[in-house]
Design a binder for this molecule. Sequence first.
Ligand SMILES: CC(C)(COP(=O)(O)OP(=O)(O)OC[C@H]1O[C@@H](n2cnc3c(N)ncnc32)[C@H](O)[C@@H]1OP(=O)(O)O)[C@@H](O)C(=O)NCCC(=O)NCCS
Length: 171
Amino acid sequence: MSQHYAPPATPSVTIRPAEMSDVSETWVRWLNDPKVTQYSKQRLKTHTLDSQSAFLSQRLLDESRVVYLAFLYGTHIGTGEILYIRNSDEGACAEVSYMIGERCCWGKGIGRQLVNLLCKEAFKNKNIRKVQAGAHRENIGSHKVLLSNGFKISKERNSDTYFILDREDFI
Ligand SMILES: CC(C)(COP(=O)(O)OP(=O)(O)OC[C@H]1O[C@@H](n2cnc3c(N)ncnc32)[C@H](O)[C@@H]1OP(=O)(O)O)[C@@H](O)C(=O)NCCC(=O)NCCS
């Protein structure tokens, strides 16, 4: 069992897989918020309900990915995604990505809990030995969220830092 991580009792974040009916003006607003997307390639596009519907319908057809909605006490505040990679150099592994779109929710331990829930989901699949994640090297909040969940830095390339979490360091 990991000795360095104890998930916070509060706040109460929950996740569930996204459905087409979840595409909303709120989700689109987050994607068009330059502060939310400052470390993401999403900042290079203008997002609309149509573009987000196209994105989600493509994701729902992709069996290697699951898109999640994150809720805080029932209010949609962010999203996450798990990509299952079956034949990587690391063996079967998963990659998590996440976004808390409501900026008023930042800095309250919600990101840490969201990543914890995504990793729990990924590790429910017994074949998954590792979970990986990448973050812009200046995205300190994201680095801290990953490190506090037991991730370790695996490499740095260009402007990004890559992290890896072994199953043994999480469960
Ligand atoms: C990055 C993100 C997930 C962080 O979530 P969060 O809920 O704000 O983070 P938490 O409250 O769980 O904070 C975890 C730690 O990071 C710190 N932190 C959070 N944001 C920070 C920031 N901008 N600068 C420095 N530290 C920050 C917190 O103080 C906390 O530190 P501690 O462990 O010393 O207490 C969130 O800001 C977000 O979704 N941003 C937009 C999208 C994004 O960047 N996604 C990640 C892409 S890799």
